[in-house]
Design a protein around this ligand. Structure first.
Ligand code: G3P
Length: 218
């Protein structure tokens, strides 16, 4: 399973990319606003693309299909890593078909049901993003939708990849792997805790103590 970083914060992207922890980046308008960057979005997207060796999702903000297509073409022209992120609406799927026909990669986002995911795949989406945490928030089981989408895509041979999004804690990530998501996109606050285990810390501490007590040197 690939891991993308879900942020528009360049310092965080640099850190994770330098450590070899991520395969791509996803952003959305809220994340861009949160990054509070004073440079133009196109500039920021270019810099993110130059920092990470993988796909970078950049979202349209138009709500009609012609507007989405125009914005999508502009975004795709910024850098070859750009993936145009489109909302899972009728207009978004129309835009998805057109951009796919132009060989522009797409990420259909704000997916909350298996039926929506089927429609995104039929529109030719490169990725579909089910929002796990937001489904959990309203009392549904977000991971169950991811598992269902996996089954449907396998049943019908769709090549659209499942990009599990809105993952809020390491357990979500572990379950996304188990149900066969192709990608998990994580904020930094979920990525780094994946590295940690108390037994790793305790074990390392003991190794270093024993080594010191033995008085050896490498
Ligand atoms: O990739 C989607 C993600 O940014 C949404 O996460 O935690 O706001 O539901 P959250």
């Amino acid at each position: 399973m690939k891991i993308f970083l879900d942020t528009a914060d360049l310092a965080e992207i640099r850190r994770a990319s330098d450590a070899g922890l991520i395969d791509g980046v996803t952003t959305n308008p809220s994340l861009l606003a949160k990054a509070g960057n004073d440079r133009a979005p196109a500039e920021l997207f270019r810099e993110i693309c130059e920092t990470v060796d993988g796909p970078v999702s950049a979202e349209v903000v138009a709500v009609d299909s012609d507007g989405m297509i125009a914005e999508g073409r502009k975004l795709a022209a910024i850098h070859e890593h750009i993936v145009v992120k489109l909302p899972l609406t009728e207009a978004g799927l129309v835009a998805c078909r057109t951009l796919t026909a132009e060989e522009i990669q797409t990420n259909v986002t704000l997916c909350f049901s298996t039926a929506q995911a089927l429609l995104a795949a039929k529109a030719g989406a490169t990725w579909v993003s089910p929002f796990v945490g937001r489904l959990d928030d309203i009392g549904h089981d977000g991971l169950e939708i991811v598992a269902e989408i996996r089954q449907v895509y396998d049943n019908y041979g769709f090549e659209t990849e499942i990009l599990a999004a809105s993952l809020r804690h390491p357990r979500h990530v572990q379950e996304a792997m188990l149900v066969g998501a192709d990608v998990a996109t994580l904020p930094p606050s979920v990525l780094y805790p994946l590295l940690h285990h108390p037994l790793t810390d305790r074990g390392l501490d003991q190794f270093l103590k024993d080594w010191k007590a033995a008085g050896h040197a490498l």
